[in-house]
Design a protein around this ligand. Sequence first.
Ligand SMILES: Cc1cc2nc3c(=O)[nH]c(=O)nc-3n(C[C@H](O)[C@H](O)[C@H](O)COP(=O)(O)OP(=O)(O)OC[C@H]3O[C@@H](n4cnc5c(N)ncnc54)[C@H](O)[C@@H]3O)c2cc1C
Length: 395
Amino acid sequence: MSVCIIGGGAAGMVAAITARKNGNEVILLEKNNELGKKILLTGNGKCNYTNINMDVSNFNSLFVSAVLKKFNEKETINFFKNLGLETLIEPSGRCYPISEQASSVVEVLTYELNRLGVDIRYKSEVIKVEKNNTFLILLKGGEKIVANNIVIATGGITYPLTGSTGDGYNIAASFNHKITKLLPSLSRLKVKEDLKFLHGVRFNGLIKVISNGKVVKEAINDIIISKSGLGGLGILEVSKWANISLNNKLKTLIEIELTPLDENTLYNRFNNLSYKSAFDSLIGLINKKLIKTVLRNSKVSEDILIKDLSYDDLGKIINELKHFTFEVVDYYLEEAQVTHGGVSLDKIDNKTLESKKVKGLYFAGEVLDIDGNSGGYNLQWAFSSGYIAGKLGVI
Ligand SMILES: Cc1cc2nc3c(=O)[nH]c(=O)nc-3n(C[C@H](O)[C@H](O)[C@H](O)COP(=O)(O)OP(=O)(O)OC[C@H]3O[C@@H](n4cnc5c(N)ncnc54)[C@H](O)[C@@H]3O)c2cc1C
């Protein structure tokens, strides 16, 4: 059988290796002049490629379950070990190549593709696919390729400079597959408040996404404030829920607990420091750059002594410390790590990843409506789904 894999990212490379090992003639089409451009950016250049705490709860859909059962994190670690890549497992469960270089992942995969004799075609951008008895794949520039099966592994729409520009959605739609709403996941958030005085603030805290008055997601992790928005691992973790809320045109707030101390402890603290000004009383409790904003929002003057404040005023400061709020106004789609949404799963066989509409049409990776949490789950999905799609139904 001949198979054409469209997209030489994480999913496409593994799909091509698997298909070739099963004796198929494999052509891998990549629009860039290199494979795995996005992989090089992952894990801050170190590639957090899986996680030993793999669980379906880390994904948006139980659809992943059947696929992960067949090719899980252990199989992935072993797959890479056989290619010469040893794994560093962090106490958190995140796994990286021991070289701590994302390029190692791309290089061992590329070596294997070449060793197996996969026909890799660089600078080959697919613009259209048609099907009669076989698939006819049309490339920009006019070249045509014929194949019995195809795997669409073109990724999502974030970081388009890596080549992921959403082309796979158009190909899927041309075969009458539904595409769900595309939104950023693991993204920074743009907020209404002016952040120029808070630029550079970084701390760890409880973050809540409040959509139309209801808490829809919570996380405790890093928050990094910059002039242009809120970032940090904690914000990335909750961003999808904020983006969904925003997309539904609901008022969307990010509420942050600036201190884990409870109300009573905070009242006692103010009592002990009653000789200090409101401003000085907060030094040592929260990042100094936040103090002016906390007091301004509480309508308490910076210079007033704590002993001259009423119980109500102290309550206002405490409320601000426990519920420091930003209003989300926009998302950063292009620089998100993952696309939420994609080819709708209802017409995809979860055991083979073949289309239920078109025989021989397979999907792998982020192009499907699957997104995972931060921690190696998205690359694991790309590898697992690439492996299953590359089996072309022979499982
Ligand atoms: C900054 C950043 C950091 C990340 N860090 C992590 C991390 O540490 N751990 C983790 O698990 N995930 C991480 N991710 C997410 C992860 O990189 C992706 O989920 C994963 O790469 C998706 O793999 P894919 O093969 O489906 O798509 P991609 O990797 O996007 O590959 C798609 C490929 O298809 C090619 N292509 C597209 N259209 C065409 C066409 N028409 N013709 C031919 N070729 C085409 C593209 O050029 C590209 O090479 C990160 C993402 C980013 C942006």
